[in-house]
Write a protein that binds this ligand. Sequence first.
Ligand SMILES: Cc1ncc(COP(=O)(O)O)c(C=O)c1O
Length: 402
Amino acid sequence: MSFRDVDPDLVGFATKAMRGGKWYDENAGALNVPIYMSNAYRFDDVEDGKNKCYDNQNGHCYSRISNPTWDLFEKTFAILEKGEQAMITASGVAAISTLCLTVLEQGDHAICDNTTYSATSYIFNTLLPKFGVETTILDFRDLAAVEKAVRPNTKMIYFETPCNPTLKVVDIAGVAAIGKKYDILTAIDSTFQTPYLTNPLTMGIDCVIHSATKYICGHGDAMGGVAVGKKKLINRLKEDGLKNLGGCASPANAYIMMRGLKTLGMRVQRHCDNAMKVAEFLEQHPKVETVYYPGLKSHPQHDLAASQMHGGFGGTMAFEVKGGIEGGITLMENLDVLTLAVSLGDTDTLIQHPASMTHWYVPKEDREAAGISDGLVRLAVGLEEPEDLINDLDKALAKIKD
Ligand SMILES: Cc1ncc(COP(=O)(O)O)c(C=O)c1O
């Protein structure tokens, strides 16, 4: 056989992403994993059926539980995130809900940061309490307060970093230490960082979640999620959670996510480099009041971000324009290169003004309590030429009245 395995411990990120998963097509020698469009798998005999239905480690049974196209993505992703095992899901939210509904039960308590993705906030503020799980939501910049919130029945500590909309940074090792001290499962949404910038499992976190819809897919054309951790935990999430809750990924999307991994490193590096240039430009612009980007020295947690993100600070930022709601609308309506849309991690730069778009119906006090001021703009920098982004922003910012 001419194919030789690559030892993932001996090669760099991009090589691991391309060859670390060790997959070889015995039949045709195809270089890319096939999209296995099969819901069920034939058993050789009764014994075979018995084994495969009992444990998917013995082979595939049904595509809500496992699928050969998932396998390569999961193996490769676990290597990149430095975990034992990974579980692909239909979306980032499916990964989060599968984790929470598998690990937590009535009478348990969970602690969650007060700045998380909207669906995550819903899960911790509304869904879990509805099923008898008590939650404490607080600002994880104060780790003493997080530790104080621990109760005898606390079963999970959950957070993101950096988080929307103010790009607040949470001390990953600090949260992990609290989890270890009290034997509580810690979970992080590392979507903004990707395994290229940070590996939270190596810092003591138990479970890393990603919305693979974002940088991992990278091209804005497929939804997906992933959870990574120790074999025991991920098997439990698959066997108890995914199998019974049904948040399974389509094989076609698993293929797209696998393809995304092959270029993840170079794309994320370019996202970071472009974002840094755009943030520096915005910071000195007279029509911009504040820029929230952890790569800037002016970010109050720049040093913490630099200590736990390697190679860059991600592609997403927020900034406040002068002129409040009017200022934000003027900016939105005068852009040509940047695209008005939600999401992040795409090739194209996506920009939106929450007060006039995604959050227009939220009462001002509630919006501001969530850190979304009238003039706040969310910017997910893409892979275009940075000068084109800067020129487009400059032209549109100039239209904002003094
Ligand atoms: C940080 C973060 N986590 C989770 C999600 C949800 O992911 P998905 O849209 O793939 O369900 C998002 C979506 O924007 C996100 O930004």
